[in-house]
Design a protein around this ligand. Sequence first.
Ligand SMILES: NC(=O)c1ccc[n+]([C@@H]2O[C@H](COP(=O)([O-])OP(=O)(O)OC[C@H]3O[C@@H](n4cnc5c(N)ncnc54)[C@H](OP(=O)(O)O)[C@@H]3O)[C@@H](O)[C@H]2O)c1
Length: 301
Amino acid sequence: MVGVLVTGASGLLGSKLVAELVSRGYEVVAIHNRNPVMLEHEKLVKIKLDITNRTLLEDLILRARPDVIIHCAAYTDVDGCERDRELAWRVNVEATRSIVRAARVVRSYLIYVSTDYVFDGEKGMYREDDVPNPVNYYGLTKLIGEELVRASDLLYTIVRPSAIYGVGGSKKSFAEYVAEKLSRGERVRALVDQFVSPTHNTLLAKTIVEIVEMRPMGTIHVAGERMSRYEFAIRIAKALGLPTELIEGARMEEMKHWIAKRPRDSSLDTSRARALFRTRFFDTDLALDLFKREWVERKSG
Ligand SMILES: NC(=O)c1ccc[n+]([C@@H]2O[C@H](COP(=O)([O-])OP(=O)(O)OC[C@H]3O[C@@H](n4cnc5c(N)ncnc54)[C@H](OP(=O)(O)O)[C@@H]3O)[C@@H](O)[C@H]2O)c1
């Protein structure tokens, strides 16, 4: 069976990806750092490794010789990237450079998980060939990561999701935050003027497994339907049977605590992916149904 090495295996996406891969019979080497990978499986080897340690990371890839590398790890805190640019550079750029270098030696196929934040958000519904123009340091480092992959002679796919949500990993996604606050009867503020394409982690993971199997070349947008953060909060509340009246609209200009600038509309056009894959990654009803099940499961322990 094909061996897959996954970075960021303890994250919101990576945790689902590892589960999906082992359930389909793949041998998986899962790299995590500060947080654990909860899953136990005979086909899963977990390795705690800081990917900014170039020697350890490259040695691991050279020893494991994976057929496929899925690079999900990133410093994803958008304000954190602005505060600590050096760390953002080392995690998002330098570690990607190491992965590309080692992948070339062992001839792995590389899937690089990028972001909608490579775009400036002035237009929305971006296609794969639209010109990126990041408005913050996180987006810039992820774009440079893309360019390192593109400039290599590897077989690669760059996957761009948007506003990933779901249950899994160590941090709480926006959807979980909304669900928890509303279920406690607390008010939630959500932006009426920031538009994204909320992408469910399990559906994205299933689509990435299809990518492993199909190996489509180049860049591909895999994301949900375009909506404002406010509309998304309303959809979550409705799906979970929670009170929508507790959701208040807010505007981006009120977010004085933000350090990084955010794109106004970073929604993605997913026509290419829709034509290629079986997974209905764009189906909000399906995604929220899954989210409801997983959230209730996590709450009940
Ligand atoms: N979340 C979103 O809304 C969103 C939207 C678009 C694209 N993306 C992209 O999708 C990918 C997955 O995002 P996510 O939300 O699943 O991320 P996440 O939950 O924040 O997880 C980040 C992962 O990266 C790992 N990581 C960070 N620094 C590391 C280091 N120095 N060494 C080793 N591992 C390190 C973390 O490991 P530990 O936790 O174990 O330290 C964790 O497994 C990222 O590439 C991100 O840029 C995310």
